[in-house]
Design a protein around this ligand. Structure first.
Ligand SMILES: [Zn+2]
Length: 205
C-alpha cells in the first residue's frame, strides 16, 4: 500500500540532501519517480533542487494554484503511454510552502493513483508556528519522522530563527520572506529565547 511520508526538520538539517540521495538510489534501481518543489522557493533557480553540499537535480515547479493531483496524474499517464510504466514515487522538497489544499491533493494521489509520496519540509516558521502545509502534513501523513540537527550548544535544533543585518533575532514580520537581507539560523528553543533577550531590538517580546 502506498503512503504519504513527511520528513521534517529545521533549516540546515539534511532534508534536501536526503531527498537527492533518495533520488539517486531510485535511479540506480530503475524506480520511476518525479521531483516537485513549490515556486515560492526560487533561491536556486526555477526548476532545480539543490543541497548545501552542492548536489542538485532538475524538478517540476508547482505554483500555489497548481492542482498537484492533476500534475502527478498527467505525468503518470504520459509515462504509461510512452513506456507502459507508472510513477512509483514522488519526492517533494520545501513541502511547507504547499497550500493545505495541495497537501490534500498529494494524499489523494497516494490513494487514487497508488503512488508513494515523500515530503521534506520545515516544521515551523521563524516565530515557531507551523506552516500551513506542514500542519496539513502532520494531519494527513501516514509516516512522520524528524530529520535531526544539532544547535551550537549541542541540543537538538527546533527553531528557524530569523536574523537581521545586525545579528539580532527578529520575531515579527511576514511568515515567508524570500530574497530579503535577513538570514535564518537553526537553533534550539533555549538558545532562541536567550538570543531574543540579548537582542537590541526593543520590539521583541
Ligand atoms: Zn542551543
Amino acid at each position: 500500500m502506498s503512503k504519504l511520508y513527511f520528513r521534517y526538520g529545521t533549516m540546515g538539517s539534511t532534508k534536501t540532501l536526503n531527498l537527492l540521495t533518495t533520488a539517486y538510489n531510485f535511479e540506480e534501481r530503475n524506480i520511476n519517480f518525479i521531483c516537485l518543489k513549490p515556486s515560492v522557493d526560487n533561491r536556486d533557480g526555477a526548476d532545480i533542487i539543490k543541497s548545501r553540499v552542492g548536489i542538485e537535480r532538475k524538478c517540476e515547479v508547482v505554483k500555489p494554484d497548481t492542482n498537484v493531483f492533476e500534475l502527478i496524474r498527467n505525468k503518470n499517464y504520459t509515462l504509461m503511454e510512452d513506456k507502459f510504466l507508472k510513477i512509483e514515487w514522488v519526492l517533494v522538497d520545501e513541502a511547507q510552502f504547499f497550500t493545505e489544499k495541495q497537501i490534500d491533493q498529494l494524499a489523494k494521489a497516494v490513494d487514487i493513483l497508488d503512488i508513494n509520496i515523500m515530503c521534506y519540509g520545515l516544521r515551523t516558521d521563524f516565530q515557531s508556528h507551523l506552516f500551513p502545509g506542514s500542519q496539513r502534513l502532520f494531519e494527513l501523513a501516514d509516516n512522520i519522522e524528524e530529520v535531526k540537527a544539532s544547535c551550537s550548544c549541542g541540543r537538538k535544533t527546533s527553531i528557524n530563527a530569523r536574523i537581521d543585518a545586525d545579528g539580532n533575532v527578529i520575531t515579527t514580520g511576514e511568515q515567508v520572506l524570500i530574497g530579503g537581507n535577513d538570514k535564518y539560523i537553526a537553533m534550539c528553543r533555549k538558545c532562541w529565547y536567550k538570543r531574543i533577550q540579548e537582542s537590541k531590538n526593543p520590539k521583541l517580546f
